[in-house]
Design a binder for this molecule. Structure first.
Ligand SMILES: Nc1ncnc2c1ncn2[C@@H]1O[C@H](COP(=O)(O)OP(=O)(O)OP(=O)(O)O)[C@@H](O)[C@H]1O
Ligand SMILES: [Mg+2]
Length: 378
């Protein structure tokens, strides 16, 4: 579907067919269609290109999760049923943040130490609520899947962050957090408005540590230092793996697709993100413009359609034809507005190829819906 003739077309099938490409990452701001796009790409790679594919989804809508056979949050890829042909192989998994975190701990510490960490209230709070943890864990999981080398292609959905950049920033932020600075952070006075357990704790520590020791007791302090000590043994590991995954993301085996809806905020976010990818030397394959309003007769302008409808009204009769013309006029205008908004991306990043996915008549929640989206990649 073409909106703006100036942008080169993104050939998605070429990417999916390219055996040298092993990872496709779908990123973009919240609600633009990352999960849907990732699932549609993965299904197409498996069905049309015969690639053994795994899709890592994050918080898919319930019905889509069901269609992919994701009824359990168990952090392991499961084969999706109902593919055509039968021999096509797609595996899907849903990221379970807490469990991934636990797996990392288990893999890098003695079982006894791991038990202590799991039991620690600070670990429990952090592994499920620390902001950026989900982004970090998506990275971590991607690293694990890639290391297993079991799939021809890994398609990665990214978390519903406010900002698409969070995905790339999280590993650095988390490893900084887990770094030696952590203790200092815990002991420093809290910044105003912080809500995390750590800020609460740090507020208490910085300002009234003696009182706190009395009130909260030695148990809390030993929990805290136990936690810090235990994580301490893993700091290097965290950072090293984050750096490794970063390097994989920079390699030519990876293709980033920035997903955006043709709306000002989403496009602005996509512009930033594409800039960031370039700065980090990560390979941007193109922009996926999702939910583009389709127009049946692109050469009939809104004005002409309205004039024709008015003329029909004057002549009497044909009321439904006049209605159709008016609906067309509205769609054509919306289409033009969307093209104008999308043009901002192309202006900021000329030469980046674009593919448009038409808005579907209903939400996409089954394999056929994903195939319909995939067919626009032809
Ligand atoms: N082209 C489309 N046509 C119609 N509906 C769509 C289209 N793309 C996505 N949707 C619907 O929009 C909703 C949001 O899509 P999706 O969950 O893929 O977005 P997301 O970017 O992953 O959101 P989040 O940031 O919350 O993770 C879903 O209900 C999905 O079915
Ligand atoms: Mg999503």
């Amino acid at each position: 579907m073409r909106v703006n003739a100036a942008a080169p077309d993104l050939d998605v099938d070429e990417i999916l067919a390219d055996r040298a490409i092993r990872i496709v990452v779908c990123c973009g701001s919240g609600g633009v269609g990352k999960t849907t796009t990732a699932a549609a790409l993965a299904l197409r790679a498996a069905e049309e290109h015969g690639r053994r594919t795994v899709v890592l989804t994050i918080d898919p809508a319930r019905r889509l999760a069901q269609a992919l056979g994701l009824t359990e949050l168990d952090n392991t890829p499961r084969q999706v049923k109902g593919l055509q042909p039968d021999s096509a192989e797609l595996h899907a998994m849903m990221l379970d943040m807490k469990r991934t975190f636990d797996e990392v701990v288990l893999a890098h510490t003695e079982p006894k130490k791991a038990e202590e960490i799991f039991a620690n209230p600070f670990y429990q709070a952090m592994s499920s609520t620390f902001s950026g943890t989900q982004e970090y864990m998506a990275m971590e999981k991607l690293g694990q899947l890639r290391a297993r080398d079991e799939w021809d292609l890994i398609v990665v959905d990214t978390p519903p962050s406010r900002s698409a950049l969070d995905f790339l920033d999280a590993p650095a932020r988390l490893s900084r957090f887990l770094d030696g600075k952590m203790l200092r952070l815990l002991l420093a006075p809290a910044r105003a408005g912080g809500r995390s357990v750590f800020n609460l704790v740090s507020a208490s520590f910085g300002l009234f540590s003696r009182t706190v020791t009395k009130i909260l007791g030695a148990q809390l302090l030993s929990d805290l230092s136990g936690f810090v000590g235990a994580l301490d043994s893993m700091f290097g590991g965290f950072r090293e793996r984050a750096e490794q995954t970063y390097r994989v993301l920079q390699a030519p085996e990876t293709a980033f697709l920035v997903v955006a809806a043709p709306e000002p905020d989403a496009v602005r976010e996509a512009v930033y993100f594409a800039g960031r990818l370039a700065a980090d030397r990560m390979p941007l394959a193109g922009l996926v413009l999702n939910r583009v309003v389709p127009v049946a007769a692109p050469r009939l302008s809104a004005d002409d359609a309205r004039a024709a409808a008015a003329r029909l009204d004057e002549m009497g009769g044909h009321p439904s034809t006049a209605d159709v013309l008016r609906v067309h006029a509205e769609l054509a205008e919306l289409h033009d507005r969307q093209a104008e908004v999308a043009g901002r991306f192309l202006h900021a990043h000329p030469g980046v190829p674009v593919v448009r996915i038409p808005a579907q008549p209903a939400d996409v929640h089954d394999l056929d819906g994903l195939r319909a989206i995939g067919s626009t990649f032809e």
